[in-house]
Design a protein around this ligand. Sequence first.
Ligand SMILES: CSCCC(=O)C(=O)COP(=O)(O)O
Ligand SMILES: [Zn+2]
Length: 224
Amino acid sequence: MTSIQEHHREVTAAGSSIAAFSRDLYARGWMPGTSGNLSVRLPADDGYAAVITASGMDKGSLTADDMVAVHATTGEVLTPGRLKASAETSIHTAVYGATDARAVIHVHAPYATVMACRIGERDGTVTLPLERFELLKGLGLDDPARTELPVFRNWPDVRMIADEVADHLAARGDAPPALLIDHHGITTWGKDLAQARNRLECLEAICQLLTLGARDHRTDTKET
Ligand SMILES: CSCCC(=O)C(=O)COP(=O)(O)O
Ligand SMILES: [Zn+2]
């Protein structure tokens, strides 16, 4: 078990790292307003803690002081204080509860959000199929040729989104390390913030290509 001082150092280091990644993602226009949230899971001997961005902050000017320590799988606040943990903490904890992720990033990146809009959908599971893009290799999938990104409903009660995410990840051992939320944004995860950010970059780039009209010309040829 780490000492209180060591735990405090871990939390501060994680907070500094989160703040730096957040400023970068904000500068790309992926966290407009106060949108988006990031977290890092500390080693288990740190009491199953995760450090997450505080709710409602300007994500372009965060510092290590703008973080809240929570239990990585229950979301219970470990350091009660003036700041509130992200309103979307339960989605992060659903990912930590079901995967070996050590970092989670949620942003409102424009192209991913366009692709997340479930226009015309009524019931059932919605997925965004992705095939053939070389950038899929950046996701670390068993089969990098194709995957399906789940698109979750944007329930007003975030807990309901988190429950659906937890169910999906429990049922799909081969699920990609990413998800979309309808008319809302994208969440990715990985072994650290850099890997989660790289996966996010790959998916935002693929969504941009799709939005710009990328299509399979061989399929087009066969059909005409
Ligand atoms: C204006 S953003 C609305 C909430 C949201 O979607 C988001 O990503 C930020 O929520 P947080 O509580 O983490 O600031
Ligand atoms: Zn959001």
